[in-house]
Design a protein around this ligand. Structure first.
Ligand code: FES
Ligand code: FES
Length: 155
């Protein structure tokens, strides 16, 4: 099957029900997207499909024909996306395991709502769990990313 990932076309040999997560990690070699629960409950595997956050662990790769997939590796070439800048500035990460999913969900939110309030952030991020409890820093960093985006300090 053919997949467009981070602007690059890949031709991969996978069964029709293979989850996108395993295609990305094992066949395409992009391991930034993580496996947490495998049942769409934690958000560790969040990627963007045509700009919309999706849980790659339950998404059959065969459903991705003609769609544009973005993983954490494709968010920017040099960690210069406003969300990545804000994450670094506020030192959001603890163990890091959930964070690529968090960042992708936050980036998707800011595409739709350029200056979200706390309630909008909490609603958009509800499907992304963090066992380290970094939620207050995630929320603060999304506010900061919105400021960075507004100020034109974007890639
Ligand atoms: S691994 Fe996909 S939501 Fe948990
Ligand atoms: S930073 Fe450890 S699970 Fe979120």
């Amino acid at each position: 099957m053919k997949l467009s990932v981070n602007g690059v076309d890949h031709d991969v040999e996978a069964s029709s029900d293979m989850p996108l997560l395993w295609v990305l990690r094992d066949l395409v070699g992009l391991t930034g997207t993580k496996y947490g629960c495998g049942i769409a409950q934690c958000g560790a595997c969040t990627v963007l499909v045509d700009g919309v956050p999706m849980k790659a662990c339950i998404t059959p790769a065969s459903s991705m024909s003609g769609r544009k997939i973005t993983t954490i590796e494709g968010l920017s070439a040099d960690a210069s996306h406003p969300v990545q800048k804000a994450w670094a500035e506020l030192d959001v990460v603890q163990c890091g395991y959930c964070q690529s999913g968090q960042i992708m969900a936050a980036a998707a939110l800011l595409q739709v709502v350029n200056n979200p309030d706390d309630a909008q952030i909490d609603a958009a991020m509800a499907g992304n769990l963090c066992r380290c409890g970094t939620y207050p820093r995630i929320r603060a960093a999304i506010h900061r990313a919105a400021e960075i985006g507004k100020s034109g300090d974007t890639p």
